[in-house]
Design a protein around this ligand. Structure first.
Ligand code: SF4
Length: 485
């Protein structure tokens, strides 16, 4: 069992899809060596626990329904609700799971008592036989303000850990609960705002995260990371802005000016060797795009001299505008169905032992461009069965089935870059997200793929933040990391 005094990793992740959060939890159960407490907000979803009754979903309308492996019946999650998933060792005590539930309920009750007017909420706590957090328990009409549903699982190393957790209604649409029989009970549901609390959801999330950490690991130090995400409230591609960097706490006045001449040791010289010419002609004759050229990579001649090139599929134009990237952002063209064959042809011509395939983000396509990547892996496997295939993929908007289209082709290395630390995500890659990228890597790792990620340094992050990011990548099972600039 984790001892008191062990560092608790507390992560405020912003808005995260239910499936992405589930992938993250499963990976943390398997790989994390420290207790993790995830605090987040879901997009609208109705979930049914293992003992749930589908008849308790009265009218889902267009809200997705997910069957999940926690205890409990039907519930709703969505905007305006704080969700907390602690992944901690439970130990072997037979009563540990029950004690874990009690601690979570006590943590939530503590938060409600701290923020709400006692005259309004009355007695707060658990209602015998009805899991969750209730207010006005002294009356004959108690109302439910928080839900609980946990699971105890054993990871491949035999360690028993917790999954799932608690949710607290802060300022959500209570109508959403009218489309279900929450937890199979015909009792009223309320929220903190309904109870007169005017605190922002972010502040309540902070309280929930810290109370849960303290209740589960009393007195332990807590390492808290707040994700600045581009996913909440930002529509479509947004350019990076110095303003966003400033909002994230980067002091531009102490940074290197973009016009300042870089030190000599940082400059790489172009070497036009025979190997560079051979690679260039294989790329040109097969009408291919390389990220090396499109992104103006300074290492082009070094890599091409070694017979390494990174082929870029799904076109030369991206639907996103990450601030560090030189890839074009015009409206992308339709996918070229012959492109996978031509990439495979170039790989064979160059006799590559290890082929790297990357892609632009194609948010205009239903599968985010996954089929183009999958077909390219398949084509290389067919023409060059001994060549190792590494793919550097986009997040496919975190859509599990789309990602699985790529994973099913079993690339030798599945690379997805997290790019920067949690605090700088919104400034650097506003259409992507820290939790989403961890979720992509977690899902790939659970399917037995070797996962790799990369991050840039020199954007204003601190060494501690780099260490936190590396810890999070390790905790979801990432095996290889590149650090660039
Ligand atoms: S998603 Fe990838 S290719 Fe598109 S702008 Fe961002 S880094 Fe560049």
């Amino acid at each position: 069992m984790s001892s008191s005094g062990e560092l608790v990793e507390l992560r405020f992740l912003g808005k995260v899809g239910y499936g992405e959060a589930l992938d993250l939890q499963r990976s943390l159960v398997e790989h994390a060596t420290a207790p993790y407490v995830l605090v987040l907000e879901h997009t609208s979803v109705i979930t049914i626990g293992r003992r749930g009754d589908a008849a308790n979903i009265l009218d889902a309308r267009d809200v997705p329904i997910v069957e999940t492996d926690r205890g409990g019946d039907v519930t709703w999650h969505g905007p305006g609700q704080v969700v907390c998933y602690p992944i901690v060792d439970l130990g072997e005590d037979p009563g540990a799971a029950k004690a874990h539930v009690c601690k979570l309920e006590n943590a939530l009750a503590t938060v409600v008592r701290r923020v709400a007017d006692p005259a309004v909420v009355g007695e707060v706590g658990r209602l015998e036989g009805h899991p969750g957090i209730w207010v006005n328990l002294e009356t004959d009409a108690p109302r439910k303000v928080g839900a609980i549903g946990v699971r105890s699982v054993r990871n491949p190393r035999g360690i028993r850990r917790s999954m799932h957790g608690v949710s607290l209604n802060v300022d959500c649409d209570l109508q959403a609960f009218r489309s279900i029989v929450p937890c199979g009970l015909s009792r009223p549901v309320t929220s903190l705002s309904d109870l007169g609390v005017t605190m922002a959801i972010r502040e309540v999330a902070e309280l929930v995260g810290h109370e849960v950490a303290e209740h589960l690991r009393p007195g332990s130090p807590v390492r808290s990371v707040q994700v600045m995400t581009g996913l909440t409230g930002i529509e479509g591609a947004q350019p990076v802005s110095l303003k966003r960097l400033a909002q994230a706490g980067v002091d531009a006045t102490t940074s290197l000016s973009i016009s300042q001449r870089k030190p000599e040791w940082l400059r790489s010289m172009v070497r036009l060797s025979d190997a560079v010419s051979t690679t260039r002609s294989a790329v040109a004759s097969n009408r291919l795009v390389t990220v090396c050229e499109e992104a103006g990579c300074p290492n082009l001649s070094e890599c091409w001299s070694d017979g390494t090139a990174t082929f870029m599929v799904n076109g030369a134009d991206c639907t996103r505008r990450c601030g560090f990237c030189l890839i074009g952002t015009a409206k992308p063209e339709a996918l070229d169905a012959d492109e996978p064959r031509r990439v495979a042809q170039a790989v064979a011509e160059l006799g590559l032992a290890h082929a790297v395939v990357t892609c632009v983000a194609r948010d205009d396509l239903a599968d985010g461009g996954a089929s183009g990547v999958a077909n390219t892996i398949l084509a290389i496997r067919t023409t060059s069965p001994d060549t190792q295939v590494e793919v550097l993929i986009s997040d496919c908007k975190g859509d599990g089935p789309s990602l699985d289209v790529i994973f099913t082709e079993r690339p030798d290395v599945l690379n997805h870059n997290i790019e920067t630390v949690a605090r700088l995500q919104r400034a650097v890659r506003p259409s992507a997200g820290y939790a989403r990228s961890l979720g992509v890597l977690a899902r790939a790792g659970q399917q037995g793929l070797v996962t790799k990620s990369g991050l840039m340094v020199g954007l204003g992050e601190t060494m501690d933040e780099v260490a936190e990011t590396l810890s999070d990548l390790a905790a979801v099972g990432v095996k290889i990391v590149t650090v660039g600039q």
